[in-house]
Ligand binder design. Structure first.
Ligand code: ADP
Ligand code: MG
Ligand code: MG
Length: 246
């Protein structure tokens, strides 16, 4: 599904990713851990196509296509979903308006018919219910005044509505209480645990991995993947820290 080969990327002329390689197959969950400043968020932004995050070397293919050649909108339409550590607030635009436009613009880009207001509301309500999010939150301006936990549930509702093939979730567990953490973990499993989907979970802590069991755990240090293992690697890191780069 995703093949990253020797990726190099810089922000404002500073090289952050220094030859990063990673292969993600359909059906897999990959956790990426690593010290602050290692380049984890940068990896997410480069894959998502955020402006100013410039790939300067290497290659990334997504479903066989050259991802780096696509603009951010084309990447999303192709089924890439990026969950941010700090979801953006959009005063004046309701959650339903925003989500419907996001879904329909992706559907149009794929040559699919947009959903009507009624069809969309049905889908949005079903996803809100599944996530245990109050239906009223769908009418409120996007993320404005939402608590940390509500923003993350909202992001899961968004993911459920868009139905991506690959979700990259950056510290989606930060600042969540136990109930919200469980809701988000359940949401990831329900929406993304399927033979034709995959997840990259960027996290500092083992606790989310208790709910969403990774197939692979990677350590990203100084712009590269330096270690790869199974779930036991996350437990070892939690006990011992990252220590000296291997
Ligand atoms: P992580 O998510 O692993 O904590 P980041 O990807 O956020 O790390 O950051 C990697 C490095 O890139 C850090 O040294 C950070 O200071 C630097 N960096 C991030 N954003 C910018 C920016 N806009 N301009 C310059 N340097 C940046
Ligand atoms: Mg960080
Ligand atoms: Mg980060």
């Amino acid at each position: 599904m995703l093949t990253i080969t020797d990726l190099r990327a810089e922000i404002d002329g500073k090289e952050i990713l220094k030859g990063l390689s990673l292969t993600v197959n359909a059906g897999e969950v990959h956790a990426i851990m690593g010290p602050n400043g290692a380049g984890k968020s940068t990896l997410g932004y480069v894959l998502g196509g955020r402006p100013n995050y410039e790939a300067t070397g290497g290659s990334v293919t997504f479903g066989g296509e050259d991802l780096l050649d696509m603009d951010a909108h084309a990447r999303a339409a192709a089924g890439l979903f990026l969950g941010f550590q700090y979801p953006v607030e959009i005063p004046g635009i309701s959650n339903v308006q925003f989500l419907r436009e996001a879904l329909n613009s992706q559907r149009r880009a794929r040559g699919e018919a947009p959903l009507s207001g009624g069809e969309f509301l049905k889908l949005a309500r079903a996803q809100a219910d599944a996530l245990g999010m109050d239906q009223e939150m769908l009418k409120r301006p996007v993320n404005v005044g939402f608590s940390g936990g509500e923003k993350k549930r909202n992001e899961m509702v968004q993911m459920g509505i868009l139905g991506p093939r690959l979700a990259i979730l950056d510290e989606t567990d930060s600042g969540l209480d136990i109930d919200a953490l469980k809701a988000v973990g359940d949401g990831i499993n329900r929406i993304m645990r399927a033979p034709d989907k995959a997840v990259i979970l960027i996290t500092h802590y083992q606790r989310l991995l208790d709910y969403v069991q990774p197939d692979f755990v990677h350590v990203l240090e100084a712009g590269r993947i330096t270690r790869t293992g199974g779930p036991e690697l996350a437990l070892q890191l939690e006990r011992e820290g990252y220590g000296v780069a291997a």
